[in-house]
Design a protein around this ligand. Structure first.
Ligand code: ATP
Length: 249
């Protein structure tokens, strides 16, 4: 039996108020529960716009996004608890410590204080931030900041997690730690939707992908299946075959 659909995206288009053209055109995708789904494409393809729409941060110009939990459509209010978002930009207070940041963002989800404390200490530990938990985040390395960004996005134990380039600009140690932890979350049932320009990382991590270019889906499906259909040995080769070598300036 196919996995139940968790997010249905129907004919989503986006044109920003100041823009002459659509940033997204007629995007239709189904994302299954417990999948690791990659939204991939060149610069300016529309990945961040699509993630922002899926998270309810910006509205689509047209089209529908419906979330399902156990086969039932979820209200916009309930969706807030269901999803976590780790943005490309750092989304924390540099003047606060990771403990203070996690307390602040956990409180925004109305987490009970005992539960929040337990979750906070767990995340600091598993993400290797325990020793630096009382230092201002502004003094951290890029890898540590990325791990704080991740901890904040998952403080409330979301069932669906969006990550916009979660390993950009970090060393191989932090990259491995972040991906290993995301794999663990996925094994425990978290649905993961992710963007990255790091194609070998995406190839190893994602089960399904949508390749987006100029705001349109140009290929979609299971990673292995897409490589077989297009007769290419790697995601990198698939990407170049379908999007070409030209700059996207
Ligand atoms: N707020 C905005 N107003 C006008 N145009 C925008 C806005 N945000 C994004 N765009 C445009 O929409 C298109 C898609 O941008 P988006 O950031 O979604 O792409 P992306 O695939 O995430 O790119 P990157 O890989 O560079 O992060 C681009 O042409 C971009 O210039």
């Amino acid at each position: 039996m196919a996995d139940p659909v968790c997010i249905a995206i129907e004919d989503v288009s986006k044109r920003y108020a100041s823009a002459q053209e659509n940033s997204l055109s007629d995007i239709s995708l189904n994302i299954s529960k417990s999948d690791v789904y990659g939204l991939l494409g060149p610069n300016g393809a529309g990945k961040t716009s699509l993630i922002s729409i899926l998270c309810g941060i910006i509205p689509p110009t047209s089209g529908e996004v419906t979330y399902y939990l156990d086969g039932q459509a979820v209200s916009n209010r309930a969706r807030k608890q269901l999803i976590g978002f780790v943005p490309q930009e750092y989304a924390f207070y540099q003047e606060l410590t990771p403990r203070q940041n996690l307390d602040y963002f956990g409180a925004l989800y109305n987490m009970p204080s005992g539960k929040l404390r337990e979750r906070r200490e767990h995340l600091l530990e598993v993400l290797g931030l325990g020793k630096a938990a009382d230092r201002k985040v502004g003094t951290f390395s890029g890898g540590m900041k990325r791990r704080v960004n991740l901890a904040i996005g998952i403080i409330h134990e979301p069932q669906i997690l969006f990550l916009d380039e979660p390993t950009v600009g970090v060393d191989v140690q932090s990259r491995n730690a972040i991906i290993r932890y995301l794999e663990l979350l996925n094994e425990q049932g978290t649905t993961i939707i992710y963007t990255s320009h790091h194609l070998s990382e995406a190839e190893a991590f994602c089960r399904h992908i949508a390749l987006i270019d100029h705001g349109k889906v140009i290929a979609e499906g299971a990673m292995e299946n897409l490589k077989a259909v297009h007769q290419v040995p790697s995601l990198h080769d698939l990407f170049i075959k379908l999007t070409g070598e030209e700059y996207r300036d």
